[in-house]
Design a protein around this ligand. Structure first.
Ligand SMILES: [Fe+2]
Length: 263
């Protein structure tokens, strides 16, 4: 099973060159599932959502999508008050899991319209959301179990932008205990593959880059996750000119997961 993982397209500030290259890449090497880990739009406007939906559906792939902090209306306060993720759901629906004998993939919402702190762009995990995702992971009989969230649950050390996800550590512990193998996230606009915790890894944190103009220290980037009964491999691809090229590869054996990582 092949999963392509992209994030942070930020329609309104999308990178047209990256999207063209991505379209060509997917046409040449299709996947079984396309995971989009949030921030489809820049400011949550209807026009941005429409463009994001046309783009996503036009790729002709099975989709699993979760919203990001940019997907709540930023300008229209009334819309935000009425329901910060109404527009998102109207365009991308409520699908939260994909399940096959080989892989169960479940979303976990980390973005919210309001929070009791100054910066609402950071991540936070509600116990009801965690409970639902944790149960899906725990009850699955699939060989591999993956969680998709917008904000990293633990921040990668060198990342310039941090998710500062409230409840992230607790969620990581709970999801690892439930049997999750990978957590796929966006938000930082920087790709990473980090086994966690470092000393005795139980779960692997996987960040995608961005397909927007808002690149930070990395060019536009995507991930491809290849799952078989024996192993999982992750390819990191970066935009170089007009193509996505492989720049990193990681492999994990099922029997010794994740201690057998070969970078
Ligand atoms: Fe974000």
């Amino acid at each position: 099973m092949d999963i392509v993982h992209v994030s942070d397209i930020h329609f309104g500030r999308e990178d047209k060159r990256a999207l063209a290259a991505f379209g060509a890449y997917l046409e040449k090497t299709p996947a079984d599932l396309l995971v989009i880990s949030g921030d489809l739009t820049q400011t949550g406007r209807r026009t941005e959502f429409r463009a994001a939906k046309i783009w996503a559906e036009g790729l002709g792939h099975n989709l699993l999508v979760t919203p990001g902090n940019h997907d709540a209306p930023a300008i229209n306060v009334f819309s935000r008050l009425r329901g910060p993720y109404l527009r998102y759901r109207r365009h991308f629906g409520r699908k939260e899991t994909v399940s096959t004998p080989l892989a169960a993939i479940a979303t976990l919402k980390t973005a919210h319209g309001f929070q009791f702190r100054l910066n609402w762009a950071h991540g936070a995990i509600r116990s009801s959301d965690l409970g639902r995702t944790e149960a899906t992971v725990r009850n699955s009989k699939a060989v591999w179990r993956l969680v998709v969230a917008h904000h990293p649950l633990a921040d990668p050390v060198n990342s310039r932008v941090q998710g500062k996800t409230r409840g992230g550590m607790k969620a990581l512990e709970a999801l690892a205990s439930a049997g999750a193998d990978f957590v796929l996230t966006g938000h930082t606009h920087e790709p990473f593959v980090v086994p966690f915790p470092k000393q005795a890894p139980k779960i692997v944190l996987v960040g995608a880059g961005t397909l927007s103009e808002r690149t930070r220290d990395h060019a536009a980037a995507i991930n491809r996750i290849k799952l078989s009964a024996e192993s999982a491999s992750i390819e990191q691809l970066s935009l170089s000119g007009s193509t996505f090229d492989i720049v990193g590869r990681f492999r994990f054996a099922r029997t010794a997961f994740p201690h057998s990582a070969i970078a």
